[in-house]
Design a protein around this ligand. Structure first.
Ligand SMILES: [Zn+2]
Length: 109
């Protein structure tokens, strides 16, 4: 759709649906800048917010092994993306949208 803005990230496809969400990076006025993170969408809260979990390895010096760690990031979910829990998504940093939300989902991976 020509009305959709381009988000300047490689691998981010335009959503096929249209939305009138003000805080949508494709159809609203939300700017994406800063960090990009890939993770699993583990929780959808209401229609607009969710939680993304990221797993990473951390080297434990004392035991000389890697341990698995995880962190959770609260995200804004645009209305034009059809997302389900358990899907892998790419998220981008934005301005703070709520007390703990400063990331927005850009699409599936
Ligand atoms: Zn949208």
């Amino acid at each position: 759709m020509s009305l959709a803005k381009k988000v300047g990230v490689s691998g981010v496809a335009q959503p096929s649906k249209f939305c009138e969400d003000e805080l949508c990076p494709f159809h609203g006025h939300l700017k994406v800048r800063g960090m990009f993170v890939e993770g699993t969408l583990v929780k959808l809260k209401g229609a607009k917010f969710g939680t993304v979990q990221r797993t990473y390895t951390y080297y434990n010096k004392k035991y000389k092994r890697y341990e698995r760690r995880k962190s959770r990031i609260h995200v804004r979910v645009p209305q034009c993306l059809d997302l389900k829990e358990g899907e892998t998504v790419l998220i981008g940093e934005t301005r703070p949208l709520a007390k703990s939300v400063s990331f927005v989902v850009l699409g599936k991976r």
